[in-house]
Write a protein that binds this ligand. Structure first.
Ligand code: GEK
Length: 266
């Protein structure tokens, strides 16, 4: 996926993105045991966010690469791709370089000013494209133009349940016939023992990523009432209820799952 043959003239400036990755600022936010503030996607979080995500979301890069492969057959020239909850813009900019089609329009939306500032800076540094835009806005109320792909990765889980269904309905309405929604979420199992084992394996993963016990505990406590995961079944039901007739999971790592939902071609 990362060979130079994928780079189109339009994205030639993408090449140093790997350099940027290696210069990512390390996430040590929860090292300080006295940190008691409510979690928000502020300047401090945006600063270390790329490192935080790669060390907190198992197989994050693989899911991004799978997403690029998966959506390619569904898009054609001039299509529009959205990333809702785009954070620092890395997924959308990476995706654009993988797709390598300079007629596609990309829009990232996030309600954190710090994230959008970072995404815009990244776009200036790593692309020459005027077709990648980052908008500050609430994804639950921002209007969406007709589009072929919507990414909604690790963000729906932060919305209240009613808002989740409404947002999925909105994505269904915005997608053109044959368009796809890519949804990735932290998930739970309704079987308590299996759920416990999944969570323990996730904490092992975080330890392997270099997070200490205190960091893991602090982050879990901080996110407890903010990030509320649903099960795979509940997510699939929400997608079906929102109107999507075609839904599949395409990736699962214990308590992390990615889905594809497609609108009929008509
Ligand atoms: C990735 N998708 O790298 N409106 C707009 N943005 C929101 C809202 C909202 N209502 N609620 C939360 N956000 C990315 C990762 S991170 C996941 C997404 C995580 C934004 C929030 O500001 C943050 O940038 C993002 O959703 C969630 O694939 O932090 O675990």
């Amino acid at each position: 996926m990362e060979g130079p043959q994928l780079l189109q003239p339009f994205f030639l400036l993408f090449a140093p993105l790997h350099g940027l990755t290696s210069a990512m600022k390390k996430d040590t936010l929860f090292k300080n045991a006295t940190l008691n503030e409510d979690f928000s996607f502020n300047e401090q979080v945006a600063e270390v966010f790329d490192d935080m995500l790669e060390r907190s979301v198992p197989c994050y890069r693989q899911v991004m690469e799978m997403t690029a492969k998966l959506i390619s057959p569904f898009i054609s020239d001039q299509d529009h791709i959205y990333d809702l909850g785009c954070s620092t813009g890395k997924p959308l900019i990476t995706l654009a370089s993988h797709i390598g089609n300079d007629t596609i329009n990309y829009t990232g939306i996030d309600n954190s000013q710090a994230m959008i500032n970072k995404a815009r800076r990244r776009a200036e540094l790593f692309t020459t494209s005027e077709k990648i835009n980052f908008i500050l806005g609430d994804i639950t109320s921002a209007p969406l133009k007709p589009c072929k792909v919507i990414l909604l990765n690790y963000t729906l889980q932060f919305l209240r349940p009613l808002k989740r269904s409404q947002l999925l309905e909105k994505t269904y309405q915005a997608l053109q016939p044959g368009g796809v929604l890519i949804l990735s979420e932290k998930t739970i199992s309704h079987h308590s023992k299996i759920n416990r084992v999944f969570i323990d394996l996730y904490f092992d993963f975080k330890r392997q990523q270099g997070y200490s016990e205190i960091e893991i505990t602090k982050k879990r406590e901080t996110l407890e009432n903010i990030l509320i995961p649903f099960s795979i079944r509940e997510n699939l039901k929400m997608l079906t209820d929102a109107g999507f007739p075609q839904c599949e999971t395409f990736f699962q790592w214990f308590n992390f799952t990615s889905f594809i939902a497609r609108k009929d071609q008509c």
